[in-house]
Ligand binder design. Structure first.
Ligand SMILES: Cc1cc2nc3c(=O)[nH]c(=O)nc-3n(C[C@H](O)[C@H](O)[C@H](O)COP(=O)(O)OP(=O)(O)OC[C@H]3O[C@@H](n4cnc5c(N)ncnc54)[C@H](O)[C@@H]3O)c2cc1C
Length: 412
């Protein structure tokens, strides 16, 4: 294969976007997109939302139809696993034994479900929600389920709980800490969502540790908590986070620390290898350069664009503002910026009515904004934070303060 060949491992949000952006930027060399799933690249967010609900089919889930890859000369290899990187020979090895040479290699291997070390995780009825195959299996099982237990009250667990309650299923959600989405949202947002889920019929056990999944005839029967409580279940969704797929990189001698370590241009220590998306730990401009691994479509797609720019000779550091969204029943949560470590929150809008934004500050500096059913706030927040502008806590809390104008003001 010619020296300028770009080989991409992982054909999801990040991998697909590198291939598409390379062609959009006029890259003429060979592009090979290698993915171990047996389907065209598809969007993951709808898996726990409209696809699980049956509102959309595979046609709307896939990123592009097959013709796109042909038309853009993207050599897409589905159902193909890369098993080894030969850095000296600039080639990857496939599970079939075939060698594929690269000029530049992009690792977009993403993340996989974290499987907790719980006795009983192997029972039939214990499910996960990360890829299409798992979602198909979960959808079928949910239709027949009578009692659902969700372990982990993060985004995925709660999105699934919303779908399950919408289908009239009783849902019990077990969470180790004392509130929902604690890793990513502020207390007012957590409390609002917990209350909304309760109204929809979800029961919560907070500060509760699942210690065992018990079964009968190979099928799940109940989940046992540390205090001895037993939660009856014929479907258990385990949603306790993910593990980055970094083993390929580590085996090739590349640095790995909660993800594949890259610099501000998303390059590993090997100038011929980049890593992007959920598998990459990068110095984040919006966290004072601290190493960060984000799990978001925005991050995967913007990383990909940054790497494509570099490959076509327009290198620049990765500086995009992180943003994220989640849909839980009728509630749309949108987050701009990184709010970890905040010491002050200010609520703007109407919390009771479910239309509000939470501004998160650290030592008086605005870190990020969480918006619930306030899309305009979110749009302004992204512009504001991307430009490094501030609004004071007093301005944030004053609903008559013009956020749009604050986000639009040009310096000087
Ligand atoms: C159910 C669900 C809902 C979500 N909802 C949202 C949302 O609402 N908003 C949001 O911003 N984000 C959401 N996310 C997160 C978002 O989908 C991820 O951040 C995004 O998919 C990351 O893309 P990626 O390409 O980096 O990795 P991944 O999507 O994990 O893809 C990596 C791909 O690489 C493949 N692969 C790994 N190793 C190899 C190998 N050795 N050889 C070949 N292929 C390999 C994997 O099988 C996989 O197909 C959601 C995720 C899930 C699972």
């Amino acid at each position: 294969m010619p020296d300028d060949a770009v080989v991409i491992v992982g054909a999801s949000h990040a991998g697909f976007q590198v291939a598409a952006s390379l062609r959009q930027a006029g890259f003429e060399g060979p592009v090979r997109l290698i993915g171990d799933e047996p389907v065209l690249p598809y969007q993951r967010p709808p898996l726990s939302k409209d696809y699980l609900l049956g509102k959309i089919g595979l046609d709307l889930l896939v990123m592009r139809p097959e013709a796109f890859y042909r038309d853009h000369r993207i050599d897409f290899l589905p159902g193909t696993r890369v098993t080894e990187i030969d850095r000296a020979g600039r080639a990857v090895r496939l599970a079939s034994g075939e060698r594929v040479e690269y000029g530049h290699l992009v690792l977009a291997t993403g993340a996989r479900n974290r499987v907790p070390p719980l006795p009983g995780v192997e029972f039939e009825g214990v499910c996960y929600l990360r890829d299409l195959a798992e979602t198909e299996a979960l959808r079928a099982r949910l239709a027949a389920a009578e009692q659902v237990v969700v372990i982990g009250a993060g985004f995925i667990g709660l999105e699934f709980a919303a779908v399950a309650t919408a289908q009239g299923k009783p849902v019990h959600c077990v969470e180790l800490v004392d509130r929902v989405m604690a890793r990513v949202v502020a207390v007012p947002t957590s409390h609002f969502f917990a209350a909304a889920h309760r109204r929809a019929g979800v029961e919560f056990s907070f500060g509760a540790q699942a210690v065992r999944i018990a079964g009968h005839n190979g099928r799940v029967d109940h989940v046992e908590l540390a205090g001895g409580e037993r939660l009856k279940a014929d479907l258990v969704l385990v949603s306790v986070g993910v593990v980055p797929n970094a083993e390929l990189a580590a085996a090739a001698g590349l640095a790995v620390a909660n993800g594949i370590v890259v610099d501000e241009q998303l390059l590993t220590a090997d100038p011929a290898i980049s890593a992007i998306g959920d598998c990459a730990s990068f110095p984040c401009r919006h966290a004072d350069g601290a190493p960060m691994r984000l799990e978001a479509v925005q991050n995967a797609a913007d990383h990909a664009r940054c790497v494509a720019d570099r490959i076509v000779g327009k290198p620049h550091p990765y500086t995009a503002l992180p943003w994220f969204w989640s849909e839980q029943g009728p509630l749309r949560l949108q987050i701009a910026g990184l709010t970890t470590g905040h010491d002050q929150t200010v609520v703007r809008g109407n919390l009771e009515a479910g239309e509000f934004s939470v501004f998160c500050y650290k030592q008086g500096a605005l870190l990020g904004i969480e918006s619930v059913n306030r899309p305009a706030d979110h749009a302004h927040a992204r512009r504001l934070l991307a430009a490094g502008r501030q609004v004071t806590p007093e301005q944030a809390g004053d609903d008559s303060f013009d956020l749009r104008a604050a986000a639009s003001v040009r310096p000087g």
